[in-house]
Design a protein around this ligand. Structure first.
Ligand code: UT7
Length: 336
């Protein structure tokens, strides 16, 4: 008997209206459009400006749009996982808050923190619960208000990040052929020293001192992270191609985490694929952490065809990284 497959059967996303341009950033810190475009490839990013609104606001809108678009009633959802490093609160989970806002009452829900790899980790968990017939309809949402942990006096990090959410519906594959085929997920906690937030957790709770020292923001040693990101994302993506005997020309799309245009180009080169086979929207949204992959899939959804070979690849804090191989399961936009 062939193993049951899980498939993405719908996708939607949401980003806030406010556009933070490189020009505006250049008024805030000593930087320039030229530096940011050359070194990173970001032109603008979206920022959630409204007071009192967190990642659940972005996530709930993406999920509501997804349910509406796929004709799914909130009561039908069995489980929701929210991948985020910017939860509304330490607890309860942002996933619980999203369910409440979206009217999802029959699901169990929780947050998953694997930083930029969070969406891929969560999608893997969801696929296993579909394959084992534990659940029939799972929502995976990546939701991030990165502006809430970005230090807008630090030119090394403030151009990089943006706010957004993307959500997918995961169900059993209807044809048994298309859907999620394989994953490689890895992590290495020794990467903590290169990318972390110094205070606000149980090891160093918030205090006047931590606020004064600006320790509630992203700390990143960019060059070290860059080297790991290129080699780990490329290694796992190439390993996935070899494992499934996918030739470069047979890959419809690489969907890479959007942290730096140079990282994306280096990974594509190692995979032997052309830029036309790569989903890239970093110039419009920056690095939205757990939301980058669904945001890409959503933008490209109208162009996707049933049976398309797709590799999702990611790298993030932890370190965490991985790749997923799937065959897309529908043509164009899925409005049931
Ligand atoms: O998503 C999670 C995983 N994260 C990543 O994958 C990010 C990986 N890292 C990167 O993408 C890059 O390392 C950065 C974009 C963060 C930085 O680019 P870089 O080419 O590695 O620059 P750098 O940190 O080596 O800095 C080069 C120079 C420095 O000046 P000096 O020391 O050479 O005089 C920096 O001070 O650029 C300077 N610099 C800037 N200059 C203008 C750093 N940030 C800026 C800036 N504007 N915004």
């Amino acid at each position: 008997m062939t193993k049951k497959k899980a498939a993405i059967t719908g996708i939607d996303a949401y980003y806030p209206e406010y556009i933070l341009t490189n020009e505006e950033l250049s008024q805030m810190v000593d930087t320039s459009d030229e530096w940011i475009m050359t070194r990173v490839g970001i032109k603008e990013r979206r920022i959630l400006k409204e007071n009192g609104k967190g990642s659940s606001h972005l996530g709930a809108i993406a999920v509501e749009k997804l349910l509406n678009k796929t004709g799914t009633s909130p009561e039908e959802v069995d489980m929701l996982i929210c991948a985020t490093v910017t939860p509304d609160m330490q607890f309860p989970a942002t996933a619980n808050i999203i369910c409440d806002k979206a009217g999802i009452k029959n699901a169990f829900s929780y947050d998953l923190n694997a930083a930029c790899s969070g969406f891929l980790y969560a999608l893997t968990v969801a696929s296993k619960l579909i394959e084992s017939e534990t659940c029939k309809k799972i929502v995976v949402v990546g939701a991030e208000k990165m502006s809430s942990i970005t230090d807008y006096t630090d030119r090394a990090t403030c151009p990089l990040f943006g706010d957004a959410a993307g959500a997918v519906l995961v169900e059993p594959s209807k044809d048994g052929d298309t859907g999620i085929i394989d994953h490689i997920l890895e992590s290495d906690g020794s990467g903590k020293k290169h990318l972390h937030m110094k205070a606000g957790g149980s090891a160093k709770p918030a205090s006047h001192e931590t606020i004064d020292a600006r320790e509630h923001f992203i700390y990143q040693e960019g060059q070290s992270v860059f080297k790991f990101a290129v080699s780990k994302m490329a290694d796992t993506s190439v390993e996935m191609m070899k494992k499934h005997n996918i030739k470069s020309e047979e890959l419809a799309w690489l969907v890479p985490h959007q942290a730096n245009m140079r990282i994306i180009e280096a990974v594509a080169k190692r995979m032997g694929i052309s830029k036309d086979q790569v989903m890239i929207n970093i110039q419009k949204y920056g690095n939205t952490t757990a939301a980058t992959l669904p945001l890409c899939l959503w933008e490209w959804e109208p162009r996707l065809k049933k049976g398309d070979n797709i590799i999702l690849a990611t790298f993030g804090a932890g370190f965490t990284w991985g790749a997923m191989y799937l065959k897309w399961s529908y043509n164009g936009v899925n409005k049931k």
